[in-house]
Design a protein around this ligand. Structure first.
Ligand SMILES: [Zn+2]
Length: 547
């Protein structure tokens, strides 16, 4: 998702901070239970979820069950499951027996009668019900959105990035573990409505007596919790085949019936997006589960193989250009950005949400790569440079680990500019593209840390970028290139940096490109002629100061 507009409208983080990992937030035991790999989570490995849920629009309530298959990694008998208040678990069964459970806020402790044996595969079913939290500002505040479309039909959707999927269904609500064999979802809705969820539609059952329909959706690949979603409305459907790098990719589009014609035009950008991103990032990571765009009653979200769309069938971000250059109006921001997340968020997922820059920085930069592929490199540069105006430098991109804490909203455009600068440093677009593609094969369907991504890039560029990543990810300092001209001599050094910050920088001396190796210690180059003008290449996200 893109939180930019949200940050502009609701500036949450006001205090500027310096130094590595300085955060002022206070955290509670509930934050630690939610955000850490607790001993009660660590001993079992998710294999599969089977989620059945009935949705009652009239009372804004839900009722259902989740059958969790897991492998026992360590012998244990106490398990953590998350389900947020006010929803309630009514019963938990294991091998036809009821299990004891106790509640601590949003966590349920499940007590097996004896230790489960190591390596065994087990199954529990959790029954739950209640009135889930209603989202006040989807997708930024999580919960269920109960709206009507402009024809008066129910238009309902879940969204839960950040707050967590346990806001509407019971699960292991932490990014480190994904069900290897995916999820089956059985969503029951009033018979005149349609549910669209992740993956492929297996079947629809009409429960005539109950006047409901049950839609069975299946995801066969691992999926992150926050990607699981329901969308319920008066939908119609069209589809096409995209001939991609891994063969035929089914693309399905679910939109409100009265928006069909608009969607048929606007969604032509979907395969353009897939083409650009397969070029830069490699094959779409979920061919088995298909690709979908699903109209939703809010702006959009990267739900895996079910990208939700609410950008009003306009180009830009609700018709606005976030870069201020005009280039942002050449494409539909939500189709491009949210589809970009299929590679960075859904394929490569952060283990801890503190490292969410992995999702948002690469995806914000994917907007520029889309422009590069379909329009020009020059416009791609202007776009990403244009987005610098929204950078706040309020706190570091990396948040606090183990307490479900995201870093700064700068993870979007400061992150994109950090990656754009890195591309300049590498100065070889074939190599840059290879790295982006190989990240997606090396970490295919994995949950990773920032450190793993940084180490991979350092190894494959053979450039010591340790201080570079520390600077941009872990501090709010923007490096300043100080320089001094004396006749034909240029002396320069970086200030406002972490220790050992050191990168090659392209500068323009008398309008000619010159590369300098700048670091914290003063260096000097001598040219044949007197120096009249020095400009720092605009693609580098650094500041400069003439002394
Ligand atoms: Zn995003």
């Amino acid at each position: 998702m893109n939180k930019l507009l949200f940050f502009i409208l609701f500036p949450l983080f006001l205090s500027a901070q310096n130094g590595l990992f300085e955060h002022k937030e206070k955290f509670t035991r509930q934050d630690s239970l939610r955000g850490s790999i607790s001993p009660e989570r660590e001993w079992w490995d998710l294999k599969h979820y089977e989620l059945s849920v009935e949705v009652f629009p009239k009372t804004k309530t839900i009722k259902g069950s989740n059958t969790i298959c897991f492998e026992v990694l360590k012998s244990a008998k106490k398990m953590q499951i998350d389900l947020q208040e006010p929803l309630q678990i009514t019963k938990i069964t294991h091998k036809n027996k009821n299990l004891k459970h106790t509640r601590e806020g949003n966590v349920y402790w499940i007590h097996f009668s004896e230790n489960l044996s190591i390596n065994s595969e087990e199954k529990i079913t959790i029954y739950y019900e209640g009135k889930p939290i209603e989202s006040k500002n989807p997708p930024w505040s999580g919960g269920i959105t109960w709206r009507k479309d402009n024809k008066g039909n129910d238009f309902i959707a879940s969204s839960n990035q950040g707050i967590g999927a346990s806001i509407w269904w019971p699960n292991k609500d932490h990014g480190y573990d994904e069900p290897e064999n995916g999820i089956d979802m059985h969503v029951t809705v009033p018979e005149h409505l349609t549910d669209v969820s992740n993956g492929r539609l297996i079947n629809t059952v009409h429960n005539k007596k109950e006047k409901t329909k049950t839609f069975h959706w299946r995801v066969t690949n691992p999926i992150n919790n926050y990607g699981v979603n329901i969308n319920i409305g008066n939908y119609t459907h069209f589809s096409e085949i995209y001939k991609g790098e891994k063969g035929n990719l089914d693309c399905n589009y679910w939109v409100l019936t009265h928006n069909l014609e608009k969607a048929k035009k606007q969604f032509k950008q979907a395969t353009m997006t897939l083409e650009a991103f397969e070029h830069w990032f490699g094959p779409y990571p979920f061919y088995e589960d298909s690709y979908k765009l699903v109209e939703a009653p809010y702006l959009g979200m990267e739900h895996q193989s079910s990208v939700t769309y609410g950008n009003k069938y306009k180009n830009g971000y609700l018709g606005n250009d976030l870069s201020g250059t005009g280039i942002g109006l050449k494409f539909d921001f939500i189709i491009v950005h949210e589809s970009g997340h299929e590679w960075f968020a859904n394929n490569i997922t952060n283990i801890d949400v503190a490292d969410m820059w992995i999702h948002e920085s690469f995806t914000a930069y994917s907007e520029s790569l889309f422009i590069d592929y379909h329009f020009s490199t020059k416009e791609a540069e202007d776009y990403v440079i244009g987005t610098r105006k929204s950078i706040k430098n309020d706190k570091p991109l990396i948040g606090v680990y183990n307490v479900n804490n995201e870093g700064s909203g700068d993870m979007y455009y400061k992150g994109a500019n950090m990656l754009h600068t890195l591309r300049q440093i590498i100065n070889d677009d074939d190599k840059w593209r290879t790295i982006l593609r190989e990240l997606n094969t090396t970490f295919y369907h994995q949950q990773v840390s920032s450190q793993q991504i940084e180490n991979y890039i350092i190894k494959h560029t053979n450039i010591n970028l340790k201080a570079y990543f520390n600077q941009y990810l872990r501090t709010i300092k923007i490096p300043v290139l100080e320089y001094q001209i004396t006749k034909n001599k240029l002396s320069f050094k970086f200030t406002n940096t972490v220790k050992n910050f050191n990168i090659p920088v392209k500068i323009w001396v008398n309008k000619k490109a010159v590369w300098i190796e700048a670091s914290n210690s003063s260096k000097e180059i001598t040219l044949e002629n007197n120096i009249n003008t020095v400009e720092i290449d605009k693609n580098f996200f650094i500041k400069h100061k003439k002394i």
